[in-house]
Design a binder for this molecule. Sequence first.
Ligand code: PLP
Length: 382
Amino acid sequence: MNRRMKNVEYSGIRKFFNEVKKYNDAISLTVGQPDFKLPKSIEEGIIRAVKEGKTGYTVNQGIPELRERISQYLETEHSIKFSKDEIILTVGGSEALFVTFGTIFNEGDNVLIPSPGYPAYENTLKFVGAKPVYYSINKENGIDFDGIEESLKTMDIKGIVLCFPNNPTGISITKDDKEKLYDILVKYHDCKIISDEMYSAISYEEFETICEYEDILDRTILVSGFSKMFSMTGLRLGFICAKSPYIEELNKVHLYATSSAASIVQYGTLYGFDEALKDVIFMRDEFKKRRDFVYKRLLEIGFKVRKPMGAFYIFPSLEGIVNKKSYDFCVDLLKNGKVACVPGSAFGEMGEGNIRISYCNSIEELEKGLLRIENYIKTNRV
Ligand code: PLP
């Protein structure tokens, strides 16, 4: 067994997801996948790809036509400049992260990651032998810029992972935050920047990204994908953008890991892309209504919570509500309140004291779920 496996943990989100299945009368607010159907244009695109016999290997980097379309999309929507040759299509965002960490970090490298944060960062870094160093994104006033700067000043930091809109908090960066981050990161030339923008299309305010700064783009790697944007989590299509020499090395690791993303998914996404962008607007607007509803209800129940700016998660604090660890609270809420939420501790130590609620559910279902939470809290409040 690879000795580094000792440090790698099974995802706390998945663990809880499996637990929920045992309670078939529970409402699950745990999942990280949109409840909308695959856009029709992509569905038809995939069928067309099958009929056209597009079922052989594609070039490892992914079909050039789709890479070109992504390059255009990034430039027109977000002012991000990566050419088609600087993009690799991957098997979901997960492969994109795995390949990125495996390619650019060495054993013992210190890498700053957000806490609370998506569990793959910590675990994949440990798998490659790098050392996660945490920065808080959930302080009273948001991101801990001073903490980031302090770590960069005092430790040999080889990379920083950014994730906005964020899983699990739904928090994003404002223009002001983006400028602050840039002012810090521009000074540390050895620090690679990995920007996970998996939720960029689900932004309720102007989407801001560090990738628009061209003078640091040569050490910035953008990781993203279509799982959330096009509601196609199971079809597994993501991408990595990076400049030379990173892109060539990333492509080698991608080649040996998977050869390529599934051919019919690449073609189907290409064929349906433009039309599916309309579905994205519809989904984002629906998520916004749900965000507003859930946020308002949580405040009414008495939770302290920040208003998400994107993604489809909200991360209320348990402070003043119950005197329990987030895991124990979620287990008890599931057993006795019949609602499943993910314990904040599944997102690292700094997630303790909170729970993640996913609003990938109809308003009716969310209404029922929140009523159950309210009733449970009434009898269990501190
Ligand atoms: N990055 C973030 C922040 C995520 O939340 C997820 C999935 O939940 C991923 C990456 C992985 O995406 P995929 O499902 O495409 O592998």
